[in-house]
Design a binder for this molecule. Sequence first.
Ligand code: PLP
Length: 432
Amino acid sequence: MSKNYTNPETIGLHAGWRKDENTNSVAVPIHQTTSYQFDDCDHAANLFALSELGNIYSRIMNPTVAVLEDRIAALEGGVGALAVASGQAASTVAIQNLATNGDNIVASAHLYGGTFNLFKNVFSDMGIEVRFVDPSDPENFLKATDENTRAYYGEVLPNPSFEVFPIAEVAALGKPLGIPLIVDNTAAPVICKPFDHGAAISMHSTTKYIGGHGTSIGGIIVDSGNFDWEAHPERQPALNNPDPSYGGAVWTEAVKPLGPIAYILKARTTILRDMGAAMSPFNAFMFIQGLETLALRIREHSRNADEIAKFLMSHPKVERVSHPSVASDLAKERADKYLSGGCGGLMGFEIKGGIEAGKQFINSLEMFYHVANIGDSRSLAIHPASTTHSQLNEEELLSAGVTPGYVRLSIGLEHLDDIKDDLSQALDKVSV
Ligand code: PLP
């Protein structure tokens, strides 16, 4: 269908799609259909038996969504992807595909708040324990591991520290034990390629940079195809034992003729089929539009953010700036090792004067949007201590890394001068 391109700019425009075979349409059509006519009973039986891959029902697969999946799999360098209804659904499915009641995973404590909540409360209600560890020392993952640990989990570029996760170090600790590293690469698409560093699975909230225009909620999981599930049958029972939810299929064996896609095919044909958090074809279409310019946008977001980080570092009302471009010591080493072509558009800074100064600053912004989102083309800001984290006491705020004067910025694609002007006039209005 299309060549195997390796450059993200070209992948975003060409991977997985050339034209519609019936109409020659260049843009990917929105296949707004629930179901697909089977050729005959044998065809239907083959599809259900997975002896032939094809469309059955749009909760499980859809041709528009499939283009997005192929394109993002190519972008990450994986063998397959599964698009779902949101980033939250992506992290849920990614874990549920391996872990069940009585199992555990070890996760970085530096996570998006929604993921933290999901892991700490919803998963524990389901009997999956999540052991949170400080990711700055990779050995912490090993220390928290036992025979029921099914996966390691981390965020490539976590907020609020913006210290890059030690991907290769943690992946290398897990590999001999049969424990895959799953990473959330939402904040660093294109600029980080987790599979090059040993991660087994990556996921994104496509809501953010991939969509890029603040219009649609979605998520995706990508399988690198390079994790040897079969070598560790006791560690990974979900993929190596007969699965009663699919006629007793042993996934690592059943998919052999189709390639190293046991993990991602199981996720689609059991968890997505049964839990039903499917991505709508319309949202997939929106994300395909976003992908066309993703590589360009993330570079420009990064360039603007680098300049804003320098600008804020030298501002008298700013105490501290968090962005990989101004990191030092180990954080800098890891940023240099894992990011290429930019440090991303997300950053945080500590304003002098605590909560009141933070609120004053946000209230004074004119161009920045004050929203609970990231990765939009527009510049966005939020003051976590008075919004997303306002229910936490001082101690909890500190352990989450959210200090009273901490402000999070998602630097957009406006002209740098206009971004600086808005930050500058808002800082001027803060009485320290
Ligand atoms: N992962 C990260 C890093 C996020 O920032 C978010 C949302 O902010 C999510 C996952 C969840 O994504 P969604 O809002 O699409 O469910």
